[in-house]
Design a protein around this ligand. Structure first.
Ligand code: NAP
Length: 540
């Protein structure tokens, strides 16, 4: 059985490569990749880069890969100082990759090949308009990691800008594992982290428009107000949020016959995408969160139109409901809010200032930066324990700090913690995070005695639960529960006709399987209501 499963997986990988080859064969522009190699057999990243490029190099007729030594005169010409460095079509663009495109970065490479191979940036009208006005040059650096699911989005934002304005924008994608010294120099303790001419312009993945705006302004922007309306799309159902609830609702709604579109401002998959391992989703004894999400996304894409990297900026309830995003306007007969939840903050002094400087909310993204170093993982639930185990297995010296004397996490996870002898600080509250430029220590308070002590640490990872993302709902008058979740009835209807909710935004058990279940229920309820609207029935 296991063997035939493996055979199945191999076949689908082969099929995927054939599919990719067919797509890349349609490239209209030649893409030249120059791989500068150190020539040191001990350089693991050189080997990885070579292997990846060998795979891709043979895939398309218009793709060429050339390996060069660091002392080749072209290194100086293109500003290459270290290996491995990949230089992409330097006759047309200024795009470099410092490291090896593996793991999540493999996705960036594939997307990049399409952008360069068709010679089209693919930027939205809004971004193009802003970029056309850019006066002067921008040298962009994006720090990335192969384990970071957020990174491809930000790397691709930068690549698109470099393709749209090769005269003005140069880009370096810097892998932190291959270049820890550069990560250190830029204090990049969290990925993705982006700079323009060495000014910090973004921590985390940004929507394309926010990235362009920040790059132009040399500072991190958080709000984008579109100044053109863009296209209009009519649909039966618009889903806001691309986590398990939204993706499942998309599958169910379209299969029921509803025209369905889904908008997600960040990464598809939501919190699951950064969960190191999932062991309780039926059908998978153990699966990486990102791998599980990828399967869901591919499935949902078979049905619904998915608009990723688009932010909803306004919702006007009515018949139809009008939803304005950063790129277009949707008119929809119904709206499903599957907006999920965001990491809860500790609220300790130093937390915000040192965020990205040793304070992290994503072990899968930032864990590799802390290999061989000491970190504190704060929390006592499933997330904190899962992530502590992940860090431990990666070679991070992790200590769990929990405010009580018993963990909230499932017994199975607690046993793994004990079996691996991961130290736990019981009855301990991290009351302050200290450090000048980066985390150096944490103040730990004993919750029984109130006594504090300082503990030296290189990082503080925080996994203390989530707060529902309900700002959009609140803005349009959706009633919330006293705990701040979306108030809904048994059929996932909110107080506003035509507007529904599903997933973590409405509270409950907050499991992947329950979010998916809620998404399915909401979609079926919407279908039934659209055939026979309850708000019209109620008025009779
Ligand atoms: P959670 O279950 O709500 O646990 C949060 C933990 O953080 C609790 O131990 C809590 O302490 C602690 N905490 C909360 N606020 C704190 C503060 N201000 N200072 C210090 N500690 C604080 O959150 P989660 O672990 O992120 O899990 C969220 C949901 O996802 C849960 O439903 C969980 O089951 C699910 N999840 C499941 C899996 C899995 O099944 N494999 C993995 C990850 C997450 P107290 O215990 O004292 O309240």
């Amino acid at each position: 059985m296991a063997e035939s499963n493996q055979e199945g997986a191999r076949m689908s990988e082969d099929e995927m490569m054939t599919h990719l080859k067919n797509a890349l064969d349609r490239m209209t522009e030649t893409v030249r990749i120059y791989h500068f190699k150190a020539g040191d057999p001990g350089n693991m990243f050189d080997g990885l880069a070579e292997k990846t490029l060998a795979t891709f190099g043979g895939l398309a007729k218009k793709l060429s890969v050339e390996t060069l030594a660091l002392d080749d005169p072209r290194a100086a010409e293109w500003g290459v100082e270290r290996a491995p460095t990949l230089v992409f079509s330097p006759d047309r663009y200024r795009i470099k990759w410092l490291g090896a495109p593996v793991g999540e970065e493999g996705r960036t490479l594939v997307e990049m090949l399409f952008i360069l191979g068709f010679g089209q940036s693919g930027l939205s009208d809004q971004s193009t308009k802003m970029l056309e006005k850019l006066d002067g040059e921008r040298a962009v650096k994006v720090f990335v990691s192969p384990t970071c699911p957020y990174c491809p989005q930000q790397a691709i934002n930068a690549v698109r800008a470099a393709v749209a304005r090769p005269d003005a924008v140069s880009v370096e994608l810097i892998d932190i594992q291959a270049n820890p010294d550069l990560a250190d120099r830029y204090e990049a303790q969290s990925v993705p982290m982006s700079f323009a001419d060495d000014a910090l312009i973004g921590m985390g993945a940004q929507s394309e428009e926010i990235f362009i705006q920040s790059m132009i302004a040399f500072e991190e922007k958080r709000v984008f107000i579109p100044d053109i309306e863009g296209e209009r799309i009519e649909t039966d159902l618009l889903i806001v949020g691309g986590g398990p609830a939204g993706l499942t609702a998309a599958i169910y709604a379209k299969r029921a016959g509803l025209e369905t579109a889904l908008v997600e401002k960040g990464m598809l998959g939501g919190q699951v995408a950064t969960t190191p391992v999932v062991e309780n989703y039926p059908g998978f004894t153990s699966v990486g969160g990102k791998a599980l999400v990828d399967i869901m996304v591919t499935h949902a894409m078979e049905y619904a139109r998915i608009f990723q990297g688009e932010e909803v900026v306004a919702i006007k309830p009515g018949t139809p409901i009008e939803v304005t995003t950063s790129r277009r306007v949707f008119t929809a007969k119904s709206l499903l809010l599957a907006t999920g939840a965001t990491h809860r903050r500790l609220g300790a002094p130093g937390e915000e200032r040192l965020s990205g400087r040793g304070v992290s909310y994503c072990a899968t993204c930032d864990g590799p930066l802390f290999k061989g170093r000491r970190v504190i993982m704060v929390g006592g639930g499933n997330s904190a324990v899962t992530e502590a185990l992940y860090l431990f297995h990666m070679g991070v010296d992790v200590t769990l700090a929990h405010r009580r004397d018993t963990l909230r996490a499932q017994e199975y996870l607690v046993k793994s913690l004990t079996d691996n002898a991961i130290p736990v600080l019981w009855n301990s509250r991290v009351s302050e995070i200290r450090g000048k430029e980066r985390v150096e220590s944490a103040l730990i308070e004993d919750t029984r005695t109130g006594k504090t002590r300082t503990m030296a640490t290189d990082g503080v990872f925080i996994a203390i639960g989530y707060s529902p993302t309900t700002d959009l709902a609140e803005k349009i008058g959706v009633t919330l529960t006293p705990e701040g979740y979306i108030q809904r009835d048994a059929r996932h209807r909110t107080n506003i006709p035509g507007i529904y909710s599903a997933g973590d935004a409405e509270g409950g058990y907050k499991q992947i399987v329950t979010a998916a279940g809620q998404g399915a229920e909401a979609a079926m309820s919407i279908f039934e209501d659209l055939i026979n609207p309850y708000w019209k029935r109620a008025r009779k």
